[in-house]
Design a protein around this ligand. Structure first.
Ligand SMILES: Cc1ncc(COP(=O)(O)O)c(C=O)c1O
Length: 432
């Protein structure tokens, strides 16, 4: 090519949650049954939406207006509805103009990091959800900048680590929280959130809160929204319908800008994000029209509460199977629908194996593990080949810990138990 094509940052783009699927598909082609524990899609894991929700969508689909474009920032009535919901929390106040819709939150995340100055950094949690960490790292052409979530303390953030990294790195302009968190399922305690707001205030930073799971909590836990605690600090809350409805195929999410008026730089940054959407015209319209009708229906809260309780029951069932395995650190989760299981230091070694009956599958896995890969990825490939369970290695979440992420989504209880017993047996056989 006449000039270099690829940006330096492009090498930071990776998404193991889907990469692992390529490996699993190869084993599936050899006749192995695969249990997909890699992706947070409730519908793929046998969740059925109630008929009344489908009827709302079906009725909307019969209206001609649904097929046109909508305003760039999204359907006005829907943004007004969302602004009322946020204002009802009693914290920060916003108007419809402070909201912009995207084609899924993934689209919003890409835009937010894309328009940051290259030297400005957002520090985020580690283990890191790759959609954030990859996009942020790609914008900076540098590896992700992270603060630690501590598996020995319920996965709560290590606030000293965060404070020091913010203090001694003047390029940090913002702090990311994912609440409840993906991949750990941790819910940020109120005091922790307040402390993070204080740190942002002290160093003149803005906050980003990915709140796509904000209404998915259980086991008596409640997640606090950024809107409730942010005070007068600038911030962006990110929300969506992929998990809460759940309707991931709709590709619909939005951002809410808090305290835009408090800082001119921040205001211009928000304007750039809106402009980026404007040059694309607008985002998917049908789900925007459906959301207020669905959430505004009294049946929605009942449905969501029941769905959360089921996830909570599954978190307990998984805990029963894995919490006593002494080779791993296990934290029961209280939000979102993931669990990250960490091998204790020194447990994983380069010569460990699982027995794989199918000779072709064994050859394939042995080829994969002969490459220079992290030890948890080696375990994950063996688990896939031997037990057919597809999980995601935690080393791919910008973490120096060794472990793997599972989902809490399988709705068939017998299958759920079988899958997690297979995982437990896989761990025990692998390390013995
Ligand atoms: C924390 C978090 N943010 C954003 C997304 C992306 O959501 P969407 O389907 O709206 O693009 C996900 C999807 O798994 C997620 O876990």
């Amino acid at each position: 090519m006449r000039q270099k094509l690829l940006s330096e940052g492009a090498k930071e783009l990776s998404y193991e949650i889907r990469e692992i699927v390529k490996k699993a598909e190869k084993l599936k082609a050899l006749g192995l049954p695969i249990y997909w524990e890699n992706i947070g899609d409730p519908i793929q894991k046998h969740h059925r939406l109630p008929e009344w929700i489908k009827n709302i969508v079906a009725e909307l689909a019969m209206e001609n207006d649904v097929y046109s474009y909508c305003p760039s920032k999204g359907v006005l009535e829907t943004r007004e509805f969302l602004a009322r919901q946020t204002n009802a929390m009693g914290g920060v106040k916003i108007s419809a103009d402070d909201i912009c819709f995207f084609n899924g939150l993934g689209d919003a995340i890409a835009k937010v990091y894309q328009f940051l100055d290259q030297t400005s950094r957002i520090i985020g949690p580690s283990p890191a959800y790759s959609t954030h960490s990859s996009a942020e790292a790609a914008h900076a052409s540098h590896e992700p900048l992270t603060y630690k979530l501590d598996p020995e303390n319920h996965w709560y953030p290590d606030l000293d680590d965060l404070y020091k990294k913010v203090k001694y790195n003047p390029n940090v302009v913002g702090i990311l929280i994912i609440n409840p968190d993906n991949p750990t399922g941790m819910v940020y305690p109120l005091e922790t959130l307040k402390r993070i707001v204080e740190i942002a205030r002290e160093f003149n930073l803005f906050l980003i809160a990915d709140e796509i799971y904000i209404n998915i909590t259980y086991n008596g836990t409640r997640a606090y929204s950024l809107a409730e605690i942010i005070g007068d600090v600038p911030g962006i809350s990110m929300k969506g319908i992929s998990k809460e409805l759940p309707w991931p195929g709709a590709r619909c999410g939005w951002v809410e800008y808090y305290n835009r008026g408090k800082d001119e730089d921040f205001n211009r940054f928000c304007q750039a994000i809106d402009n980026a959407k404007m040059i694309e015209v607008c985002s998917t319209k049908l789900p925007q029209l459906a959301w207020p009708k669905i959430v505004g229906d009294p049946r929605f809260k009942i449905y969501r509460d029941e769905t959360n309780q089921s996830i909570g029951r599954r978190s307990k069932a998984i805990s029963k199977i894995l919490a006593s395995v002494k080779e791993v650190t296990f934290n029961e989760t209280n939000g979102a629908f993931y669990n990250t299981i960490i091998f204790r230091p020194g447990v994983l070694k380069p010569n460990q194996k699982l027995k794989i009956e199918n000779a072709d599958a064994r050859n394939l896995v042995e080829k994969w593990v002969s490459a220079d890969i992290p030890l948890d990825k080696r375990f994950v490939y063996y688990l896939l080949g031997a037990k057919g369970v597809c999980v995601v290695p935690i080393s791919s979440f910008s973490s120096d810990l060794q472990g793997f992420r599972v989902t809490l989504l399988e709705e068939d209880e017998t299958l759920l138990i079988n899958i997690f017993e297979s995982i437990r047996n896989g761990i025990l056989e692998y390390v013995s």
